[in-house]
Design a protein around this ligand. Sequence first.
Ligand SMILES: NC(=O)c1ccc[n+]([C@@H]2O[C@H](COP(=O)([O-])OP(=O)(O)OC[C@H]3O[C@@H](n4cnc5c(N)ncnc54)[C@H](OP(=O)(O)O)[C@@H]3O)[C@@H](O)[C@H]2O)c1
Length: 295
Amino acid sequence: MTDRYAVVGNPVAHSRSPSIHARFARQTGQDIEYGRLLAPLDGFVEAVERFRDAGGRGLNVTLPFKLEAFAWAARRSPRAQAAGAVNTLRFDADGAFGDNTDGAGLVRDIEARLGLPLAGRSVLVLGAGGATRGVLGPLLEAGAARVTIANRTAARAVALVDQFVMSAPAQATAAGAPPGPGAPLRERLRGCGFDGIGGGFDLVVNATSAGLAGERLPIDDAVLAGAALAYDMFYSARETAFVAQSLAAGCPRACDGLGMLVEQAAESFLVWRGVRPLTAPVYEALRAELAAEAG
Ligand SMILES: NC(=O)c1ccc[n+]([C@@H]2O[C@H](COP(=O)([O-])OP(=O)(O)OC[C@H]3O[C@@H](n4cnc5c(N)ncnc54)[C@H](OP(=O)(O)O)[C@@H]3O)[C@@H](O)[C@H]2O)c1
């Protein structure tokens, strides 16, 4: 029998997830169907429970419901716990299992597809919203020596670091391992405003939502020029504003977040089906699909 999955969000019509999971299913021979579920802004739990009660096996969760999914899940993975947000739900016999695959997706895209090992690197993350919260733990676990979070509202970046450091022992116990090698967390993590960034970063990740409006970020060219890679979590059919800004500033390499999207989806597929699909051909197909749409 065909197992049913979907992505739940509001809005959700733009989501590429159905196309990605259909490709994964064909490639691995898994008998699944994957659709879109538009939930009313005040009706997330009802929509999820209706989908589950009608035989649905799991959901991806996108904006603005990742925190509600976290609260609703009966059990959560250590990485969901660390992120405080859930993007993957699996309906098990003993209740809903909530996971967060965003951070693993980013790390895998950077290390495996783009060939930049994170161990020992100095990373700058721009933005202090949900996406940053989701990727912080995985970046540290991958061995990043230093992670600086810079946000338009500096206090949010500082608060995010404080929160993360305070909850770190619990995460370490839950994951069965300390959050990263080397120095204490407090020395590896820093939160600041855009005016306190400093320099010397190997990798700059844009996790702000400024890309939606095509806005330029107030970051010194020297910060971008000195990095080996600039990574925009936002993706688009055309070059994103942050990719354009980074290349113009002299950064040798910049890319958007389509690879992260495909990798986080593959990680969700693994959580649901116990099989990890190959991501490279799906990334290539999606990139071609986007280019064709752009004309
Ligand atoms: N590729 C993927 O798989 C993937 C996965 C997850 C997220 N994303 C992308 O990541 C981005 C962030 O998502 P999110 O869930 O973290 O959003 P969010 O929770 O709403 O956070 C938005 C962040 O962007 C900052 N920001 C918004 N407008 C800005 C501007 N004009 N200039 C500078 N900073 C600005 C906010 O700063 P303030 O605190 O000052 O308001 C905040 O830190 C989105 O573009 C999303 O599409 C991609």
